[in-house]
Design a protein around this ligand. Structure first.
Ligand code: GN1
Ligand code: MG
Length: 338
């Protein structure tokens, strides 16, 4: 890592790896000139790290000009003025560390409203940005038809023992293919628009801070997948990660429950920013957003399990199956909210 520090001209006091996120590696770097977040971008998944760099900088310039007071994760330039470093086949970038904390589960609806307000605000302030200026950092990332296709391939060509052991989960996901059909109808509708979409609005991707004794959501982080998309991705991943007291890693399915008050709070927070931006047809699909994202995540985890964990990896045998079963239960209980 020393070579990377040299690119930035950092005099490093302490470097600690953080264990958050399933894709990139993240380090907190304490230097004599301040605290930074250094990340190595997972190049196997993000084939074009320069596209991410381009998007973060393009959005940053727009924000600097149009919303200068907005708290944004601007990239830190190296001594040469680059915001992306390629070193020994890996890609690195850095941010100033923002004073705040991330949560992996929420205690109350106020936090859910706060988070949803921040994510809604992010899309809303970027309404005027020409989306043609943004690159696609992960093609077809939230294309549910493709995700279903990949799942259908995995149940034929995947690990045969795992396919056998997962028959209940497979049947469940097949029997919910109507979510794919509804998604296709949704995106084809004339009143549905693509906007600047975060695409990874899990609750740990918003920072909180105590301000005068009140817990506020202050900043949206992890902008790797910001690109044109549909709002159901963003409201959906909030539903997926805010409504339940336990995370996607929880294996005890009895603990997977959803809190209706938090759902109301997400809706209120998101609409406080997006009410005048969304069409009526889109607003009729707030709840569908949750079904879409929970179902997609269940498909993705189970597909990966059947494909021997090639995408997410697994720290424990069967980890992606545990996650898939968790998301399936979450979808079941979520569906009962309406
Ligand atoms: C991945 O690594 P992280 O936490 O940013 C994934 C998301 C999933 C999430 C599930 C690029 O996000 O889509 O929702 O794991 N990101 C990518 O925890 O696949
Ligand atoms: Mg992410």
């Amino acid at each position: 890592m020393e070579s990377i520090f040299e690119f930035y001209g950092w005099d490093v006091l302490k470097a600690v790896q953080m264990h958050q996120g399933l894709i990139n590696s993240t380090y907190i770097i304490n230097t004599t000139s301040g605290e930074f977040v250094l990340q190595s971008v997972n190049h196997t998944i993000f084939k074009d790290p320069a596209a991410i760099d381009h998007n973060i900088n393009t959005i940053g310039s727009y924000i600097k000009e149009n919303h200068p007071g907005y708290l944004y994760t601007y990239l830190v330039p190296t001594l040469n003025g680059n915001t992306l470093v390629e070193w020994e086949g890996k890609y690195y970038r850095a941010f100033h560390k923002i004073d705040g904390y991330a949560l992996s589960v929420l205690d109350n609806p106020i936090q859910a409203k706060e988070a949803a307000t921040q994510f809604g605000n992010f899309t809303q302030i970027l309404e005027g940005l020409d989306m043609g200026k943004l690159k696609i950092t992960l093609p077809d990332f939230h294309n549910l038809s493709l995700r279903f296709h990949q799942f259908s391939e995995a149940i034929i060509h995947g690990n045969s023992n795992r396919i056998q052991d997962s028959s209940n989960a497979i049947s469940f996901l097949q029997s919910h293919k109507w979510i794919v059909d509804q998604y296709v109808k949704f995106i084809q509708h004339a009143d549905v628009k693509q906007r600047v979409t975060h695409h990874d609005t899990k609750i740990s991707n918003v920072l909180f801070k105590q301000i005068e004794g009140i817990e506020k959501a202050i900043c949206v982080i992890d902008l790797d997948t910001v690109m044109p998309g549909y709002f159901i991705s963003d409201i959906g991943d909030m539903c997926r990660t805010c409504l339940c007291d336990v995370s996607e890693e929880e294996g005890n399915l009895d603990l997977v429950k959803v809190d209706g008050a938090k759902w109301e709070a997400i809706q209120a927070g998101y609409l406080s920013q997006m009410e005048t931006v969304l069409s009526n047809f889109e607003k009729d699909h707030l709840f569908f957003g949750g079904q879409f994202m929970i179902y997609m995540q269940a498909l993705r985890f189970l597909t990966d399990h059947l494909n021997n964990d090639i995408y997410y990896g697994a720290k424990k045998e069967g980890q992606n199956k545990v996650r898939a079963l968790n998301q399936i239960r979450l979808l079941e209980v979520y569906n009962k909210l309406k």
